[in-house]
Design a protein around this ligand. Sequence first.
Ligand SMILES: NC(=O)c1ccc[n+]([C@@H]2O[C@H](COP(=O)([O-])OP(=O)(O)OC[C@H]3O[C@@H](n4cnc5c(N)ncnc54)[C@H](O)[C@@H]3O)[C@@H](O)[C@H]2O)c1
Length: 440
Amino acid sequence: MKTLEKKISEKTARVGVVGLGYVGLPLAVEFAAKGFKTVGIEVDSRKVSAINKGTNYIADVDDKAFASVTKRKLLTAAATYDDVPDLDVLFICVPTPFTANKEPDISYIVASAREIAPRLRKGHLVILKSTTFPNTTEGYVQPILESSGLKVGKDFHLAFSPERIDPGNRKWTTANTPTVVGGVTPECTRLACLATAQVTPTIVPVSGPKVAELEKLLENIFRSVNIALVNELAQLCDRMGGVNVWEVVEAASTKPFGYMPFYPGPGIGGHCILIDPYYLAWLAREHDFQTNFITLAAETNENMPFYVKNMVVREISMMPVKFPDAKILILGIAFKRDVDDIRHSPALKVMELLHHDGAKHIQYNDPFVPSVVVDGVSFASVPLHRKLLREADCVLITTDHSSYDYDFIVSNARCVIDTRNATRNVRAGRSKIVLLGDGK
Ligand SMILES: NC(=O)c1ccc[n+]([C@@H]2O[C@H](COP(=O)([O-])OP(=O)(O)OC[C@H]3O[C@@H](n4cnc5c(N)ncnc54)[C@H](O)[C@@H]3O)[C@@H](O)[C@H]2O)c1
């Protein structure tokens, strides 16, 4: 029988990707494009049938590459785990959200490990990619897989290798971003590095899964803390007046070493940066340790939608219209520029807060998000035309999509609240713009 190493090198290893979302589908397409027979295992039957029909549903996945691998049946999808015994390498890319009380919810990881365990066989390599707290791989996944009677490092191999995909980022993709790999044993690391190297040019092996798990949290917490810092500065600039935080950040960015720019905004969203600090804070509490610094950053960022909502309320209070009757138009509700992902988007939080405060005429436009439900109310993206802008009492820019014509928006709107500095190049009508952190 061929060793796993030989199968990977010869590209005869069969690859399984569990969870075909923003992380799993691009990974599955990449392996298939390299010639590996790849099976996606996905509980959402709509995604399974989309893949098997050749319909791409993730914007970052190249349509041509997707069509090529699905047409040639190099990539297929299944709603069950029945294929697991025939696969050689399994990547787990399932969600890791938090609960209503912001505690880690690793139930999707546990559920997928429980499905794999009874189908595990000698020679399998399992690589967990979902972002999670240190010791998930060894403390949760390993015992479930070993309940099969097989031993890690001897019968099967297990590693953690975090995902670094940045949806919408054209410069840094999985094809040129280094990947960290930490296996439970040195042999687990070696094999996981070999498998990962098939789709990634640079591999960074580390001493074990816990290092890989914590380094991923560090990457995202680093962003959370730095965004919180500029969000705090934005509020300070608004309070003291006379200094524009955006100009300050740009000026600081000219330092060629020891500084990297982060920008204020209406809060943070997405599947990672908002959630990950809580994964670590939760784990730290078990060790009688409070991650005060990290928690303060999360708190500062979470306060931003409330701050922005208050900006809207204040502007409307100066208009000849009662708040509930004011027409509020929100531009951009995806959690960041040029993506369709609305998970934990701060724009939705702002909408919810405005709605709670009694605003009766909220509308939104987002070229990437056709409809959304906020606070139990369904909204559909309205076409962004002149009349809509003219009729709005307040236009709120929450996400700075690059397709927006900001000159057109400002020239037709009566009042624009800009939380992203999206209007920085607009010259005419600046007196109508209320900019977060501009110190006016
Ligand atoms: N989206 C990103 O930009 C990004 C970047 C880096 C890391 N991550 C991490 O990667 C992981 C996955 O994130 P995502 O954005 O791809 O999530 P996602 O929700 O887009 O995709 C996860 C998929 O897993 C499926 N799934 C859930 N339970 C399953 C099960 N038991 N068996 C099979 N399929 C199952 C879901 O139906 C979904 O399609 C998370 O831990 C996330 O934090 C995400």
